[in-house]
Design a protein around this ligand. Structure first.
Ligand code: AMP
Ligand code: MN
Ligand code: MN
Ligand code: MN
Length: 281
């Protein structure tokens, strides 16, 4: 059984912090040669229906997805839900509470920015007008537009990153809880970009073991912009923890050159692809 190639199971649209709306996103993904895609916006499935329709029309394989913000031992971790039923009740209730958390957090970020001398309130108004679910990326882009910083990276370093004036930690649910929403929606759960968290190798294995015990299926073994050394680490993590592998670019913006849709290394034979189950027999 061969996957349409390449596979990209981690993509953002303007429903969260992607730049492209679902339709142009699918067109871009197709132009990049992707044969199977998942839309995985942060804590929302608002773009899924439009993206699914566009993918069907374009002849691109599609699975509904989401990237849920969660917490493990006090740290934020991201868990992908793949091939979910986007309307499932428990998932919908969980995402509704995430959306309320994000709306409140955006207000607190705006107030903190304002107190530190940046135009937080104006930025919040522009984010609300755009209608996406707010993330720190929205604040970062608006700070660039306002001339407060030269680029998005600097916005995180100066204003939004941990310990900076506009930082407000998310009060996300536990990893096991977020995973349970995905399972209840009939989906497969995968920890996104597992090497991006500031954890020791031992703690990372413990996180994967806890995740597996909670019913999690896989980790993102191949992520956009990661090199061979990181991939090797992720492969051994998956093998040691008995998890399947996912592959996704974490694409947000066509102006960012380092993680275009579909430019991803292949999974090694030693790893079961998480998408084996999504393909027609
Ligand atoms: P949030 O979930 O609201 O805390 O926002 C997290 C999002 O911010 C991530 O999904 C990334 O898209 C983006 N992000 C985090 N750190 C950085 C960074 N240093 N540079 C650019 N984008 C970042
Ligand atoms: Mn993002
Ligand atoms: Mn993420
Ligand atoms: Mn992402």
């Amino acid at each position: 059984m061969n996957a349409p190639s390449p596979v990209d199971l981690h993509l953002h649209s303007s429903a969260s912090d992607g730049v492209l709306e679902p339709d142009p996103l699918v067109a871009h993904v197709k132009a990049c040669g992707v044969g199977l895609m998942a839309l995985t916006d942060h804590d929302t499935v608002a773009g899924v229906e439009a993206a699914a329709g566009a993918a069907r029309a374009a002849g691109v394989g599609f699975v509904a997805g989401v990237e849920i913000s969660a917490r493990w031992r006090g740290r934020t971790v991201h868990v992908l839900g793949l091939a979910i039923d986007p309307g499932a009740a428990r998932l919908a209730a969980g995402l509704a509470s995430q959306q309320a958390l994000r709306a409140r957090r955006a207000e607190r970020i705006a107030a903190r920015l304002e107190a530190a001398g940046a135009p937080g309130n104006e930025i919040l108004a522009s984010i609300r007008a755009a209608g996406s679910l707010p993330t720190r990326t929205h604040f970062a882009r608006a700070l660039v537009t306002a001339g407060a910083v030269p680029d998005v990276g600097a916005a995180f370093e100066r204003w939004l990153g941990r310990g900076r004036p506009g930082h407000v930690p998310g009060e996300w649910p536990e990893l096991a809880e977020a995973t349970s929403w995905i399972l209840a929606a009939g989906g497969k759960a995968a920890i996104a970009h597992p090497l991006r968290y500031a954890l020791s190798a031992g703690a990372r294995r413990e996180m994967c073991a806890d995740f597996r015990a909670a019913g999690g299926h896989g980790i993102e073994v191949v992520t956009g912009g990661s090199g061979p050394a990181q991939r090797e680490q992720a492969i051994s993590l998956a093998v040691r923890c008995g998890l399947e592998g996912s592959a996704g670019s974490d694409f947000h913006d066509p102006a960012v050159p380092w993680n275009p849709p579909g430019r991803l290394a292949k999974l090694p034979e030693s790893i079961r692809p998480i998408w084996s189950d999504f393909l027609p027999a």
